[in-house]
Every structure is written in structure tokens, then in C-alpha cells.
Design a binder for this molecule. Structure first.
Ligand code: PLP
Length: 387
């Protein structure tokens, strides 16, 4: 079998063995509906409670503040739609950033159709939103500030604490899309003043189709999905018990190894960045070197098409990603690269490697060697540069 070097952990992660082991009994033996009153159903209910507690413990909050969802997209939609529907304003205003994931951006676009006003804040060259810009954008009709914890393309970590402090001072709700940050870096929702937080299970070695929304105590959350009244009437539909068990175990395992994993990934990150920047001429790092997720490396190589490199890497068994999103078959320049001041052409040059705890230095050596060959080949074929 072809060798596989998986360097796309921001896209998804391999479930921990503990996660799979924990889930399987809830597909086989304990298949009861948690709403059923008999013992088989009670077992599912107990498993869900434990999972909720494990997640709550990682954030140091009460279990009742955690609501299970189908993933980051649903949690983001819920947070935004809740803030709008809970407001008494005729045309509520939301502040967000130009670099959010489409789960936020397209929800905002959709809300705009029904009269919601949205401000999309710019970011600096490092992909970081300035708190003073947030403060200046607040208006009397502002109901929500939604700023992602860390960016999915360039890994830039936002000044969440400062932004939340501004939001509270101005009596505005604060939501953060922490899909890329949860399980990767420490998050303390209470200390940081976060009212609502979205996370997605498969981004931290849990199962796909699972996620949660944290809503701080005292917040009168409203449902987005209506039906049988599960999740304390907040999110109807028979619960995905195996998935919920899996996300809880993933949260627990991620928290146990967090510090060690961060240190390990930081070392690998520095190693890969340094090797690429010194060995590949006209390469640069996109985003901040320091205010960055420890697993994210996003580079551009002048004159080299990112999607072409990704395709060549794939031939050698390396999974990476180009920053350009392919929607409905049309390649579009990454909105994140454009937001940090890249031209359309430069936006197509970006390549993203995202590390996981399973990656090794030897895999990175292999990747750099292959990358250099790919760049040489592409430069030779375009007849412009030499490596
Ligand atoms: N938000 C961010 C920052 C993401 O990176 C993603 C997925 O890549 C999402 C939201 C959506 O998560 P999911 O696809 O698990 O619903």
C-alpha cells in the first residue's frame, strides 16, 4: 500500500481508538432510545450525561450549559439565529469578521435577506481582528459579536478575551466559533467571557456528525430545531447516542494530552516552517508566527499554484490542502488570503499543512523532500524559477 502522510488535521482528524471503543457498545448492545423509561434507554441516558460532563469539565462549566448538535455548522447557525430571534430589535445588527468559516458567513448572508444588518470586520496582515475595530463597529442595534477563536486556514488566534470584554461592557452577546481551537489550545469560557461557543467532534479526534454548543448559564437559549423536545427542549430529534459518547471521550482524551500535544506540535510546526522557508526560495508563511495554532502551517510559494502542489503531494501519499475553496466545481480564491491582503493570484499560491499528535519528524522530512521536487517540477514546466 502507498505510504500515507496525513497533514490535513484541520479538515478532519482520525478518531482516537478510545473513541471507537467507547462508541461501539452503543451501536450494538446499548441501542436503547434515551427517552425510553426502561433500563436499556436509561443506559443511553446515563452515557449521554457522562459525555456532557466530560465536555463541561474541559471548559470548567456546568454540564447543563452543553447542548449536543450535529457539528460546528449547526452550532454556528444556532448561535447566530438565537441571537437574532431573542432580540427585540426590528433590524438587529451582528458584528463578525471577514475571515470566518462559511458556516458563519453564509448564515449571516442568509440572515441579511430577512433584514438583519451585518458588519464584516477586516483583519490585519497576520489575520487578526483588532479589538478597537470591534468596539467602533458597535451600534445601538448590535445584538451579537461573533469572532472565531482561531482561523481554519491560517491558524491565527484572535484576541477573544479583549473582544468579549468589550462586548460585555457594551451589553452585547459574544459568540466564538471554536471549531479549530477546541481540543487544540486551552479555552476557559468563563474567564474569557464567552457567552456562546461552537465546537465540532471530528476536529478533535472524535466522530463526524457530532458537535456541541456551549451557552453560558442564565442565557435563555431558544431552540432552532423543533420536535419531540430532546436536549431539554432545545434541540429536538432522537439523540445520536454513539456519536455523543464518542465526542465526550474525544474531549476527555484531548484534554488529558493537551499540554503535551501542544508542545509536541509546536516543535514540529517550527521544524516544518523553518525547513520550508530556508530550503524553498520565495516561500513565505501566511499568518502570524506566534499568535497561531500549534498545528497550523500555511505557506505560499511565489508563482506556484497551491492546488497543483496539493495534487502532486497526493500522488506521493501526502494529504495537504490548498487554501482555495472549491464550491460547485468552481475554484474560488480564499476569502481569508484576500482578507490578509493577498492578491487573487497570491491567494492561489497558499498550501496548508495541519499537524496532529500522530505525525512524526520523519514524515515532515519526507514531506519537505517531496515538496521541493514538486516545486522544482512546476517551476521547470513554467520555465520561470529554479529551486
Ligand atoms: N467553523 C470552522 C472554523 C471550521 O473550520 C469548520 C469546519 O471546517 C466549521 C465551522 C464547520 O464544522 P463542521 O463541518 O464540522 O460542521
Amino acid at each position: 500500500m502507498k505510504r500515507l502522510v496525513y497533514l490535513d488535521n484541520a479538515a478532519t482528524t482520525q478518531p482516537f481508538p478510545e473513541v471507537l471503543d467507547a462508541m461501539i457498545p452503543y451501536y450494538s448492545r446499548y441501542y436503547g432510545n434515551p427517552s425510553s423509561g426502561y433500563e436499556l434507554g436509561e443506559e443511553s441516558k446515563r452515557a449521554m450525561s457522562l459525555s456532557r460532563k466530560w465536555i463541561a469539565d474541559t471548559l470548567q462549566v456546568a454540564p447543563e450549559t452543553i447542548y449536543f448538535t450535529s457539528g460546528g455548522t449547526e452550532s454556528d447557525n444556532w448561535a447566530l439565529m438565537f441571537a437574532v430571534s431573542a432580540s427585540k430589535k426590528r433590524a438587529p445588527h451582528i458584528i463578525t469578521t471577514a475571515i470566518e468559516h462559511h458556516a458563519i458567513l453564509n448564515t449571516c448572508k442568509n440572515l441579511e435577506k430577512s433584514g438583519v444588518r451585518v458588519t464584516y470586520l477586516p483583519v490585519n496582515r497576520n489575520g487578526i481582528v483588532l479589538p478597537e475595530h470591534v468596539e467602533r463597529a458597535i451600534r445601538p442595534d448590535t445584538v451579537l459579536i461573533s469572532v472565531m477563536y482561531a482561523n481554519n486556514e491560517i491558524g491565527s488566534i484572535q484576541p477573544i478575551r479583549k473582544i468579549a470584554e468589550i462586548a460585555h461592557r457594551r451589553k452585547v452577546l459574544f459568540h466564538t466559533d471554536a471549531v479549530q481551537a477546541y481540543g487544540q489550545i486551552p479555552i476557559l469560557v468563563k474567564e474569557e467571557g464567552i457567552d456562546l461557543l461552537s465546537a465540532s467532534g471530528h476536529k478533535f479526534n472524535g466522530p463526524k456528525g457530532t458537535g456541541f454548543l456551549y451557552a453560558r448559564q442564565g442565557l435563555k437559549l431558544q431552540p432552532m430545531i423543533h420536535g419531540g423536545g430532546q436536549e431539554r427542549k432545545m434541540r429536538s430529534g432522537t439523540e445520536n447516542v454513539p456519536g455523543i459518547v464518542g465526542i465526550g471521550m474525544a474531549a476527555r482524551c484531548s484534554a488529558e494530552i493537551l499540554e503535551k500535544k501542544m508542545r509536541y506540535e509546536k516543535r514540529l510546526q517550527n521544524y516544518l516552517i523553518d525547513r520550508i522557508l530556508t530550503e524553498i526560495p520565495e516561500s513565505c508563511l501566511n499568518g502570524s508566527r506566534t499568535k497561531r495554532l500549534p498545528n497550523n502551517i500555511n505557506i505560499s510559494i511565489a508563482g506556484i499554484n497551491g492546488p497543483a502542489v496539493v495534487a502532486l503531494l497526493d500522488l506521493e501519499g501526502i494529504c495537504a490542502s490548498s487554501a482555495s475553496a472549491c464550491s460547485a466545481g468552481i475554484q474560488k480564491a480564499s476569502h481569508v488570503q484576500l482578507a490578509i491582503g493577498k492578491s487573487e493570484q497570491q491567494a492561489y499560491e497558499a498550501i496548508r499543512f495541519t499537524l496532529g499528535v500522530h505525525n512524526t519528524r520523519e514524515e515532515l522530512d519526507y514531506t519537505v523532500d517531496v515538496l521541493k521536487q514538486c516545486v522544482k517540477r512546476l517551476r521547470e514546466s513554467s520555465g520561470c524559477h529554479e529551486v
